[in-house]
Design a protein around this ligand. Structure first.
Ligand SMILES: NC(=O)c1ccc[n+]([C@@H]2O[C@H](COP(=O)([O-])OP(=O)(O)OC[C@H]3O[C@@H](n4cnc5c(N)ncnc54)[C@H](O)[C@@H]3O)[C@@H](O)[C@H]2O)c1
Ligand SMILES: O=C(O)C(=O)C[C@]1(C(=O)O)C=C[C@@H](O)C=C1
Length: 315
């Protein structure tokens, strides 16, 4: 057991990310005591039943009172209201962080409520699954994944950043620091737009299913099944992501639509060279990731790519 990085940690919201944090902190002895609160009585009951944290509190304010670290693990759209509720209970020198998938909107919603002398250090672990709720977490979720620390304007207290980084590293993650605007644009490319595409593709297939009497689902191959996994992700979380990362997502969707139209035209006009060149470029990107050894964020990647590497390019 190592020495706790924070003596008292409060987790507000007890879903996939908070429950994984609780397991990961316990695995490495990173917190002296963990308190927790979730809005729904049912979630609080389950958390008590499975012993997820040391103390389940009826209010967010009660959970945050006297904590050295408070982590907001609620949907992005709920962050501001939770910050306002806990603000009067925060002790001087405490660290407030969050795990939201969008950073600029969270900073705008939370920062105005943070009292003087309390450090607000937003963060985002780049790890998740399509599951949600207090039973869905597991200690290994953050192993070898990135956690991005996104300092809010003005507060970059080095000691507080170092302690939060040590906590995430103790939970298995690699830590990097990124500016909020850049974070939101990068995540719009790598996470938000791909989720929207998956939701759309599964919706299209569902419409077709009614026509073809379930053939689409019955005969769906692995690629489409991967889409259905992503499209099973929590509706509240993803509604909030798109409503709060509007600008960056619309920018990337605009570019995506242009490329899609170009591919559509190539198919219609029989422009095989365009299609082949495009697919060759995208395959090279995947291979580059594998060769650079940067595939740790997706354990399945390597195996699939190793098989793919042996295939000969075909015209
Ligand atoms: N799921 C992922 O893949 C993933 C990955 C990284 C970051 N995130 C971010 O982490 C946060 C939590 O996501 P999750 O996947 O753990 O969600 P989840 O749905 O599993 O859990 C959310 C929890 O928040 C609680 N909650 C909702 N509104 C609340 C409120 N107003 N007050 C108190 N509790 C409230 C719910 O009861 C639930 O316990 C989100 O901001 C999300 O963007 C999610
Ligand atoms: O693996 C998944 O299921 C995820 O969608 C995880 C994922 C991602 O897009 O990579 C989803 C949202 C996040 O904020 C971070 C990670």
């Amino acid at each position: 057991m190592s020495v706790p990085v924070f003596e008292r940690v409060a987790l507000i919201g007890l879903g996939l990310i908070a429950s994984s944090m609780a397991h990961a902190m316990r695995r490495a002895g990173l917190a002296g005591e963990i308190t927790g609160h979730a809005r729904s009585a049912e979630t609080r009951e389950i958390a008590r039943e499975i012993g997820l944290v040391d103390r389940v509190c009826e209010t967010a304010a009660e959970a945050a009172e006297g904590a050295d670290l408070v982590v907001l693990c609620v949907p992005v759209g709920a962050m501001g209201a939770v910050a306002e509720e806990i603000a009067p209970m925060l002790k001087p020198g405490a660290v407030v962080s969050d795990v939201g998938s969008v950073k600029k909107a969270v900073i705008e919603a939370v920062a105005p409520h943070i009292p003087e002398g309390v450090h607000f250090i937003p963060a985002h672990p780049l790890a998740g699954t399509e599951h949600s709720g207090p039973r869905s977490g597991f200690a290994e979720l953050f192993d070898n994944r990135w956690c991005l620390i996104v300092p809010a304007n003005g507060d970059i207290d080095p000691d507080a950043v170092a302690r939060l980084s040590a906590l995430w590293e103790g939970m298995g993650a690699h830590v990097d620091v990124m500016d909020a605007d850049h974070h939101d644009l990068v995540l719009a490319v790598t996470s938000h737009t791909p989720h929207l595409i998956a939701y759309t593709m599964v919706g299209v297939a569902d419409d077709l299913r009614r026509v073809t009497d379930s053939e689409v689902i019955k005969y769906s191959a692995a690629g489409f099944r991967d889409f259905t996994r992503i499209a099973a992700s929590d509706p509240t979380m993803w509604r909030d992501v798109f409503l709060t990362n509007k600008e960056a997502t619309l920018e990337i969707l605009g570019r995506f639509t242009e490329e899609l139209f170009a591919l559509q035209r190539a198919i219609r006009t029989g422009d095989g060279d365009h299609l082949h060149d495009y697919f060759t470029r995208t395959r090279a990107i995947r291979r580059g990731i594998i060769e650079a050894g940067q595939d740790t964020a997706a354990p399945d990647f390597g195996r699939g790519a190793a098989r793919g590497d042996k295939t000969e390019p075909r015209k």
